[in-house]
Design a protein around this ligand. Structure first.
Ligand code: PEP
Ligand code: MG
Length: 574
């Protein structure tokens, strides 16, 4: 029977395909009794899973140590290895199989609950938090018992694609599925979660926040994903499929018309030239830069180079990647952001261990806490800077001290390279991201120390409004038009321009046509967005009249009533 569900549209377009359900190991566990004659085999299955996970963790430990001998990641892995050897968890679960004839997965989950409860009673907050490690170890074990559920089906004969249906997807999962899927839908997630951003970058229609969709669907059911309206239609009628095929064709036609703007300069009606840059996550995205003729790369999310793998790339590997991006940019500027690890972007196979990761060891904080990893990246970037127009940008700055420490490390990297007689650009510009309200409000200390600024609206909104950008249950509160957010963005643009410091916006607002006129009206001259959005935004810029927009926006910024702000933003369209 056909039915429709509504969620958050996070990546435009229409996908038609068959459901591929991605398992969430702990939600998948069945409970059944093992017959006495199969008990030995079940115990062997259990022992093999423990051994597999032991090997997995050991391999992870080796690669983490290679990157940095004393890092926190290694410590977390060690902790999980200890748990795996702890009789309270593994031996007790084994006994449950033996005594109660539970299946191995069920025995583990039962014992996990006992152990987690013991951790909950601990007073020390750090030790109490370790319950998350218990859950993660058990999750690994259950996955090992269930085998690899992520295997994708081959292409269908009828030409329809595969739609991934998951409770949640990490950015790494999303990257892992690229090239294989038509679209994806998930139970949870927010519109600027990194998973949503990856989907947009890959041009895959996607809807998140569909709540219980994973439980409502059966494998191989036909689904239409309308990523523009946020509607998923399950088991659609023939007539609906036909209608959507027509819509999909119309969208493709519109896209091909936009292609005609490729070589038109992005300038407003009054002739003000606007810089349109691209956000990329690796060299593979440079093809789109050529297709859309972007003015360069405004945000290279370098952390995506390794979050879907177990080992950190070494200096040479990083250098080759950065160099290939710079070469592909052919003289146009490339802004590489140093690793923004933490929050929802963790290293593959390394569990999240912070109670509040978005406020924890993320971005520049992580890099400074792992100076060896940071120095390796800085050396690789500096070496690559010899090949073109590279600048680097530091994420999540809040303190002047973070810039000072980073600049010192850059100087150290330069000194090393000089001694080794390796070429680099002595004057490689260093900029910072304004994505924490503290940075926007105390801009002077950043302006004095940096060569350029870029406003990361995704995080700026999250941190200003105290709304988790990846949590759909507070998604309604994630409002780019909140007067506090608008004041911080326009204040940053104006202060930077007065100081003659280049400033751009590289958050998702820059690629959303709903905000193009507003940002232009604030005086913004440089936008960075996923390449798929560039031509549409250019179309809006070509029709914009700054002489009208600027005074209108100044009036709008004085409003503090949400409904009136919304109305005024709509009226900017004329
Ligand atoms: C931002 O926060 O707006 C941004 C561009 O960085 P990211 O989305 O990668 O956190
Ligand atoms: Mg950010």
């Amino acid at each position: 029977m056909s039915f429709t569900v509504h969620g958050l549209p996070v990546s435009q377009g229409i996908a038609i395909g068959y459901a591929h359900l991605v398992s969430h190991a702990l939600l998948e566990v069945n409970h059944y009794q093992i017959a006495a004659r199969h008990l030995k085999a079940e115990l062997e299955r259990f022992d093999t899973a423990v051994e597999t996970v032991e090997n997995e963790l050991l391999a992870l430990r080796v690669s983490a140590t290679a990157a940095s001998p004393h890092n926190e990641v290694s410590a977390f892995i060690d902790l999980q290895r200890m748990m795996l050897q702890d009789p309270v968890l593994v031996e007790a679960a084994r006994e449950k199989i033996q005594e109660h004839h539970y299946n191995a997965e069920w025995a583990l989950v039962q014992q996990m609950e006992v152990v987690v409860e013991q951790f909950r009673q601990i007073e020390d907050p750090y030790l109490r938090e370790r319950q998350a490690d218990v859950v993660q170890v058990v999750e690994r074990l259950v996955k090992a018992l269930l085998g690899d559920p992520g295997h994708l089906p081959n292409r269908r004969k009828d030409g329809l694609g595969t739609v991934i249906v998951a409770h949640d997807l990490s950015p790494a999962d999303t990257i892992g599925f690229r090239n294989h899927i038509a679209g994806f839908i998930t139970d949870i997630g927010g519109s600027t979660s990194h998973t949503a951003i990856v989907a947009r970058n890959l041009g895959i229609p996607a809807i998140v926040g569909l709540r219980h969709i994973r439980d409502l669907l059966r494998a191989n059911e036909l689904i239409i994903v309308d990523g523009t309206r946020g509607i998923a239609i399950i088991d659609p009628d023939e007539s609906v499929i036909e209608e959507y095929m027509l819509r999909r064709a119309a969208l493709e036609l519109e896209r091909s018309k936009l292609k005609r703007l490729r070589d038109t300069q992005a300038a407003t009606l009054g002739g003000e030239v606007i810089q349109l840059l691209a956000n990329i996550s690796g060299p593979q995205d440079m093809i789109q830069i050529k297709e859309t003729n972007a003015d360069g790369v405004g945000l290279f999310r370098t952390e995506f180079l390794f979050i879907d793998r177990d080992t950190l790339p070494d200096e040479d590997e990083q250098y080759e990647i950065y160099r290939s991006v710079i070469k592909a940019a052919a003289g146009k500027p490339v802004t590489a952001r140093t690793f923004d690890i933490g929050a929802d972007k963790t290293l593959a196979g390394v569990p999240r261990n912070e109670p509040n990761p978005a406020l924890g060891l993320r971005a520049v904080r992580y890099s400074l806490a792992e100076p060896k990893i940071f120095l390796t990246q800085l050396r690789a970037l500096l070496r690559a800077s010899a090949h073109g127009n590279l600048q680097i940008m530091i994420p999540m700055l809040a303190h002047a001290d973070e810039i000072e420490q980073t600049l010192k490390l850059i100087e150290k990297a330069k000194e090393e390279l000089r001694e080794e007689k390796i070429k680099f650009n002595e004057h490689m510009p260093v900029g910072g991201m304004v994505e924490v309200p503290a940075a926007a409000l105390a801009l002077g200390m950043f302006i004095r120390r940096l060569d350029f600024l870029s406003i990361g609206t995704n995080d700026l909104i999250q941190y200003t409004l105290a709304v988790d950008r990846g949590n759909e249950s507070v998604g309604r509160l994630y409002d780019p038009l909140h007067p506090a957010v608008l004041k911080l963005i326009s204040g940053t643009v104006q202060t930077a321009q007065r100081a003659e410091l280049p400033v751009s916006v590289c958050g998702e607002m820059a690629g959303s046509s709903a905000y193009t006129l507003l940002l232009l009206g604030m005086g913004l001259k440089s936008f960075s967005m996923h390449p798929a959005r560039i031509l549409e935004i250019k179309q809006h810029i070509l029709r914009a009249d700054l002489a009208e927009l600027i005074p209108k926006t100044q009036r709008l910024l004085k409003l503090d009533e949400p409904a009136r702000i919304r109305e005024a933003v709509e009226k900017l369209e004329g």
